[in-house]
Design a protein around this ligand. Structure first.
Ligand SMILES: [Zn+2]
Length: 493
């Protein structure tokens, strides 16, 4: 029997604002769509947290035995700088500033995104479609929306008619906003505005002559509005109605609200059964923002190359830190919090490494069946990873007592304990670094220190070919040397 059949999973649906029992449309199968990154700069740590939450959810569904089709897109066109209708395309702007082809910008930051996610041990989604690869599908949806009377064309651009839609549907139902309030709180349109109402949003924008990202359409050369790509790609790969749509809390309005409106206008029914939103990451109690300097890139955490943290932290420690908060709670990153997570991570891995050598006896002092039930209950309660981790540490406590011969465990229970811990720690939470014990890291340090010394000797003898070879080959293995005035240190990236 598949594990999911014996579990009742409840998830917080942003649409109803309640925890609901999860039932997929097709038994045993799940369709999940998550809004991916706009690839015009290095991936933001806050975005990593959002994607990590959905990676954990994807992993748990797989663990339960569901067949999951997980679609996470790449936004490589259409996302405007100020999220309004008159900004410049984010990727086109970056391309202009750096004198690159837009697709060079897209390639560079897509590679960075994948590289960081791989370090964090993400599972790849089932499909990772791009906006530029689905222009035809987007044009078809616009045609459909126009035909049904929910859009209008003006000077080569097409807009969604929110007021018209709201006559028969409910615009704002996801974010809990009312159209009348939105109208009361917005400025009047000026004569130059093409939109009938400020709430209307672009489905297609006419490309000005200097605009480099452009495609032909029935309304002239242009490019799609940002909200449309997700409707096009989710419909294409998951159907007109699918199980789960996820994203960051900040996407609830207007992006997800617009997705609902587009889908309901074009195919007549609600696209998503469960909307899930991950909360944001702050740093030292404040919002992370490049402009204020309260910002750190994932790569800077792994190398320790920053002024904010006292040392480098491994991706698995950062992942463990993020999993210690519920995905719907705000999480604050700080040096102290990462140091505490590192300690916890080592303690957990040490216990996992110790299981193999535990001696078994005729009785168990640990009720494994009950503990296992509690682990599943935590995850079945809207993916409550902090409680799951607390349960992992209940097991750690017992492992350590058994190690000290103060408690005992039977052979069967030991096997069960090990299998369950491995499943939750590695398969579901996605942590890594089982052999992170002091002895192993001590050996690694010893070897690298030896190479650092040999490199120093080579440099003293002006044998720079050898010294560079040592540095480069260590770098290729993911060990970075940092030369400072007090000598050379290293970190494992
Ligand atoms: Zn989206």
């Amino acid at each position: 029997m598949q594990l999911y059949l014996s579990q009742t999973l409840k998830i917080h649906n942003s649409l109803s604002g309640k925890k609901e029992i999860f039932k997929p449309l097709n038994e045993g199968h799940i369709g999940m769509y998550v809004c991916g990154p706009t690839v015009y700069s290095n991936v933001h740590l806050g975005n990593c947290r959002t994607f990590m939450s959905f990676d954990m959810i994807f992993r748990y569904f797989k663990h339960l035995g569901y067949k999951v089709r997980y679609v996470r897109n790449i936004t490589d066109a259409g996302h405007l700088v100020d999220d309004a209708e008159d900004g410049e395309d984010k990727i086109a702007k970056k391309a202009r500033l750096e004198k690159l082809e837009p697709m060079e910008v897209v390639q560079r930051y897509t590679v960075d995104f994948h590289n960081i996610l791989q370090k964090f041990n993400f599972l790849p989604p089932s499909i990772e479609p791009t906006a530029t690869g689905h222009i035809i599908e987007q044009i078809e949806i616009i045609k459909d929306i126009l035909e049904k009377g929910y859009g209008y064309e003006k000077n080569g651009s097409v807009y969604f008619d929110v007021a018209k839609f709201n006559e028969t549907h409910e615009y704002g139902k996801l974010s809990g906003r009312k159209l009348e309030d939105m109208i009361a709180n917005t400025r009047e349109l000026t004569a130059q505005d093409e939109k009938k109402n400020p709430q209307d949003f672009a489905l297609w924008k006419k490309a000005e002559p200097q605009h480099i990202m452009r495609w032909p359409s029935p309304w002239g050369d242009g490019f799609p509005g940002w909200h449309l790509e997700c409707t096009a790609m989710s419909t294409k790969y998951l159907g007109e109605t699918f199980d789960i749509h996820g994203g960051g809390m900040d996407l609830k309005f207007p992006h997800h609200e617009c997705e609902i409106a587009q889908a309901e206008a074009s195919n007549g029914h609600s696209p998503v059964r469960y909307w899930l939103h991950a909360n944001m990451l702050t740093m030292n109690g404040k919002k992370m923002a490049k402009s204020t300097g309260n910002n750190i890139l994932p790569g800077e955490i792994f190398t320790g190359d920053n002024d904010i943290l006292s040392k480098a932290f491994s991706p698995s420690v950062v992942r463990f830190f993020m999993m210690q908060a519920h995905y719907t709670s705000i999480l604050d990153l700080s040096d102290d919090a990462l140091l505490a997570s590192e300690k916890g991570h080592h303690k957990l891995m040490d216990a996992l490494n110790a299981i193999d050598n535990l001696e078994t006896g005729n009785t168990s002092d640990f009720d494994i069946a009950n503990w296992k039930r509690e682990c599943y209950s935590a995850m079945n309660d809207d993916f409550n990873t902090p409680i799951l981790i607390a349960k992992m540490f209940d097991a750690v406590k017992h492992i350590n007592l058994i190690k000290e011969n103060q408690q005992s465990i039977t052979k069967g229970d030991k096997k069960e304990l090990q299998a369950t811990l491995n499943a939750f720690v590695f398969d579901v939470l996605g942590l890594e670094g089982k052999s992170n014990s002091d002895s192993d890291s001590g050996k690694l340090s010893g070897v690298v220190e030896l190479l650092i010394q040999l490199r120093k000797d080579a440099r003293d003898n002006k044998d720079f070919a050898t010294s560079d070879k040592i540095r480069d080959q260590l770098a290729a293995l993911g060990i970075q040397l940092n030369d400072g005035k007090d000598g050379t240190t290293f970190n494992v990236i």
